[in-house]
Design a protein around this ligand. Sequence first.
Ligand code: PLP
Length: 418
Amino acid sequence: MDHFDLNDGALHCDGVPLETIAAEVGTPVYVYSHATLVRHARVLKEALAALHDPLVAFAVKANPNPAVLATLAGEGLGADIVSIGEYRLARAAGMPPSTILFSGVGKDAAEMAEALAGDVLQFNLESVEEAHMLSVVAVAAGRTAQVAFRLNPDVDAGTHAKITTGNADNKFGIPASQALDAFRAARDLPGLEVTGVTVHIGSQLTRLDPLEAAFQRLGELISTLRADGFDLKIADLGGGLGVPYGPGQPEPPTPEAYGAMVARVTRDWNIRLAFEPGRLISGNAGVLLTRVVRVKPGEKHPWVIVDAAMNDLMRPALYDAYHHIAAVRPSGRRWTANVVGPVCESGDTFALAREMDAVAPGDLIVFRTAGAYGAAMSNGYNSRELTPEVLVKGDKWALVRRRINIADAAAAPVPSWL
Ligand SMILES: *Cc1c(COP(=O)(O)O)cnc(C)c1O
């Protein structure tokens, strides 16, 4: 459920007409619903309520907007971070270090040192080589880093290849066959304390069985490690639960079904569980609002050219992702059209042969479910501006990222020797 609804014939976010935001901020613009963020955080926490003291750490990479993070901090969520930039954003948003998990396959020594100085809860390591680097950093700082290794459970997540992370041929994690040796190596390194295990097999998962298979393998690893004398405190089950993107798209399992499966699989683990949801929390809390620039006749279907492009919302170009498209003031007439942006790439295509609201130049439309991996991935390709972001709460709204002119931001004088 979200809070983007038709009211008097025009799409609103909570109490605010999207037409008002477009008129005052311009388009394209991301619009986030505070009520939807809060609702998603609460629904997930409720679904996990049967577990003992679970940690829900929002995957900051899905939506690093400071106002979004502050909203989630207010709901008691922590952060799953993959860079020191995300660490700083999470701390600035009020997330305590004891709720921060540091993931990622390529943390460097400076990132490790800053996160360690800030006392993050756990470093989720992805190789023994990384453990060696962290050990050197920790010893130099005179501190102890709490660490886990990420298991690569070699399961097929059944999602798009580019968002699959738990296959043997992905770069992520350590295979089960090498896990015990890796944990023993970390135990022998100074400055490290082995505290946990973790797994994350991919994103936009629409079935529970790959997750269950991965968790079962993690459970086997926990038994093996305990038999070897490890005192484990945290089992981090990652993120990945999918969200509904719209009509005709695979329906993901509910958070309730996910929570029940987790409770069943982990019943005898006697360990604190952690979760790293990203898309589930913010995906349906955002839309990308854009204006139709022109409609160009096509061979079969008209080309609707909008002022948003692949640089604003990369998912269709990157993953062939589906975003539901709706007119902000639907006329009731429907048609089949192609929807594209102005960027000079054929990949700058949001939808082909899409059955949708008929629109004309000047009309506003939205791409739904754009609150995760939307603004977060935006860039300035074609010297376009970085899309602004707006947060709506009730009938109040505010610009929470201004429109940024990348060409200006990156401007440097041309060297005199040129
Ligand atoms: C991206 C990522 C997540 C979040 O994935 P969602 O599909 O958005 O829930 C969680 N954990 C790790 C390690 C990730 O890389």
